[in-house]
Design a binder for this molecule. Structure first.
Ligand SMILES: *Cc1c(COP(=O)(O)O)cnc(C)c1O
Length: 376
């Protein structure tokens, strides 16, 4: 059996090596390292994949979120509503801009923002809702969009973990996550479902004026070179990453299918175990399994994590400390929040290896080790 890893980007690369190597060499030979056709072609192809009007590439997913907030004119003193149960980037960029993150609960089944908790958190200072499609499962966008329209708020989707997820509305229409709110933000960090060989990110919008603003902010506030109209930043996807991502984009649906197949295997293997809750999959969306995360009841989660490590099975706790308990947010009153579901999840989740190259023999071993500990 091959050694186990949380993600196996090396084997994935081996399968497309010839094409990737040629594309990287072509970029080197062209010497067009920043911008140019390779980057714009990738943006066009990603927009087509999303059935979206605009894709603005940028340097990483964190920048994507920051640029989104800047383009919407959200500024110091304003508030944005986000889950606390998320990766820090979602809320860190708000704090960096002086925007106060208002943390709300997540749904204990989907691990995504609880739409019912949003309205209570709205104040006259609220400017946006930032749902996170955590682990690859979409937040419940239909009620979130209804609340946003009712209260005249923007919606920025953190789609870093869910690229490719299809969300179905009650009228039967289907949209990709990241194209439902005003702006969608994604990351091409190497371990993400569409991973570069370095950093990368992208911003999606259907609004032409907003697209222009996003593009300007990502490029030092300029539309015409050396004429800087607004304060921006420097956030670019480089051509080598774009060349690699363009090749991997063609495989994205197949990569997602491989992740779902691995999730199905785990689901079946853990079915009926009363101490283990397998990931919930809402009927209205296609979970793309960036993570495969179990919820444990009556199991010493940290001892299981250690037991698995001792047996050569990697596992991860996403995330051991929720955002509102991070020291970073002391100044924003983080410690004053009471979020029992978030705290409860933080103590009970564990993510198992899931990626496109996982073999059944490996999964059998992982399952056997988990059950050996849980059933003892
Ligand atoms: C990875 C991630 C980000 C940040 O992306 P980077 O490219 O690492 O900056 C933001 N939000 C979530 C939920 C993520 O998983």
């Amino acid at each position: 059996m091959k050694p186990l890893q949380m993600v196996d980007t090396k084997t994935q690369y081996q399968k497309i090596k010839t094409e990737v190597d040629a594309a990287v060499i072509a970029v080197m030979e062209s010497s067009q390292f920043i911008g140019g056709k390779v980057v714009s072609d990738f943006a066009t192809n990603l927009a087509a994949y999303h059935k979206s009007r605009h894709v603005i590439p940028c340097a990483n997913g964190t920048d994507a979120l920051q640029i989104a907030m800047m383009a919407l004119g959200i500024k110091a003193g304003d508030e944005v509503i986000t889950p606390s149960f998320t990766y820090i980037a979602t809320v860190e960029v708000a704090a960096l801009l002086g925007i106060k993150p208002i943390f709300v609960e997540v749904d204990p089944k989907t691990f995504c923002i609880d739409a019912n908790a949003i309205e209570k958190a709205i104040t006259p200072k609220t400017k946006a809702i930032v749902p996170v499609h955590l682990y690859g499962h979409a937040a419940d966008m239909e009620p979130i969009m209804a609340i946003a329209r009712k209260h005249n708020l923007f919606v920025i989707e953190d789609n870093a973990q869910a690229i490719g997820n299809d969300y179905t509305f009650s009228d039967g229409s289907i949209k990709k996550t990241g194209t439902i709110g005003d702006i969608g933000c994604t990351s091409f960090y190497p371990s993400k479902n569409l991973g570069a060989f370095g950093d990368g990110g992208a911003i999606t919008t259907e609004d032409d004026a907003l697209a222009e603003k996003l593009r300007m902010i990502a490029s030092h506030g300029q539309k015409v070179r050396y004429y800087h109209d607004v304060v921006g930043c420097n956030s670019r996807l480089d051509a080598m990453q774009a060349a690699i991502l363009d090749i991997k984009l063609k495989h994205l649906d197949e990569y997602i299918a491989a992740r779902i197949k691995a999730a199905d295997f785990y689901d079946a293997a853990f079915a009926g175990n009363e101490k283990i809750t397998v990931p919930f999959r809402a009927a209205n969306n296609k979970h793309v399994f960036h993570q495969y995360t179990l919820l444990l009841e009556g199991v010493d989660r940290d001892a299981l994590h250690q037991f698995l490590a001792d047996n050569g099975v990697p596992s991860m706790i996403y995330y051991p400390v929720p955002a509102h308990r991070q020291k970073m947010f002391d100044a924003f009153g983080g410690s004053s929040y009471v979020l029992p579901t978030t705290d409860w999840l933080t103590e009970r989740v564990i993510s198992l290896p899931i990626h496109t190259e996982l073999e059944e023999e490996q999964q059998q071993f992982i399952v056997a080790k988990v059950l050996e500990f849980v059933n003892n």
